[in-house]
Design a protein around this ligand. Structure first.
Ligand code: NCD
Length: 298
């Protein structure tokens, strides 16, 4: 495989292979690896990031590669250089490019220009394929399977690339999750049609989650940076919150996941609930991204 731009680039078999490789990488953590020795991976983050940026860096370093960092505010992008020209330059300096950008389709655009592999670390509201692999890996690790899991996706389904990618990833395994959001933040209609047609799954759209028979509650924040108005974002933020009371009805074995960062959609009290697994989910970012780098970087 060369580029990883969208979760659509992967078949179920590819995903299963990457999850197995991630488990192998996790077992090898702490033992120095040489797979990327002599290779330079450019990390181009045009949008804020903590986990994705740092775990991609850690994954590159753990495989023995070097990181070429990029700081948009200190680069010629701040002088107005085009994205295309920046990519052309970096392609000459590195063996692979990891890119996060606020524009949908930017990773695709970069891949059309670059001669080296491009990995999409999030493009606008569109796709975040490596996060989906982390989410699926975490579910498999916690619940022993992905097929037949009862999953609720809760939050800003309109703007969150994590949710769009994950819905597709779950559909690959025949899972029809509950889609829970305020009416104004429902999943993109075109994407939902694509999933229904391709996989024959029928996700149920709801205003409130039904947690009584839920294996995985997956929450994301309101993506305020993608809203036209701040007031609208704030009112959406108030519309749903995961509280300890809400969780009192949920099964004891349910896992609560979140791609992080979390804001007010999960009350801090929930962190001490043994079902809250989002910090170990974030930790899985390193082995999963090691597996992705191994597959993409020649
Ligand atoms: C997510 C993202 O950037 O899309 N963060 C991440 O990569 N873990 C989720 C978010 O910002 O809400």
């Amino acid at each position: 495989m060369r580029d990883l731009l969208s979760i659509r680039d992967l078949s179920r078999k590819d995903v299963e292979g990457l999850l197995n490789e991630s488990a192998r990488m996790e077992r090898l953590l702490g033992r120095p690896q040489k797979l990327l020795a002599g290779k330079i991976v450019a990390h181009l983050f045009f949008e804020p990031s903590t986990r994705t940026n740092l775990s991609f860096q850690a994954a590159t370093l753990r495989l023995g590669g070097s990181v070429l960092p990029f700081y948009p505010q200190l680069s010629s992008a701040a002088k107005g250089e085009s994205f295309a020209d920046t990519i052309r330059m970096v392609d000459g300096y590195a063996d692979a490019l990891v890119i996060r950008h606020p524009e949908e389709g930017s990773a695709q655009e970069a891949a059309a220009i670059a001669s080296h592999p491009v990995i999409n670390a999030g493009d606008g509201a569109n796709q975040h394929p490596t996060q989906t692999l982390i989410d699926l890996y975490t579910m498999q690790k916690l619940k022993g399977k992905i097929s037949n899991l009862r999953v609720a996706l809760v939050g800003d389904l309109k703007h969150a690339r994590t949710m769009r990618s994950l819905l597709y990833g779950l559909a690959l395994f025949g899972v029809s999750p509950q889609l829970v959001s305020p009416a104004s933040l429902r999943m993109d209609r075109g994407f939902l049609r694509e999933i229904r047609k391709k996989f024959g799954i029928r996700p149920e759209e709801r205003g409130k989650p039904d947690l009584k028979n839920c294996d995985v509650l997956y929450v994301c924040r309101v993506q305020q940076e993608r809203f036209a108005s701040r007031a609208e974002a704030e009112s959406a933020q108030r519309a749903f919150r995961i509280t300890p009371q809400m969780l009192s009805d949920a099964p004891r074995g349910m896992a609560i996941l979140h791609p992080l960062p979390k804001l007010s959609e999960i009350l801090p009290k929930v962190d001490s609930d043994p079902r809250a697994k989002y910090f170990s989910q974030a930790k899985n970012g390193v082995p999963v991204r090691m597996a992705v780098l191994k597959k993409c970087v020649p």
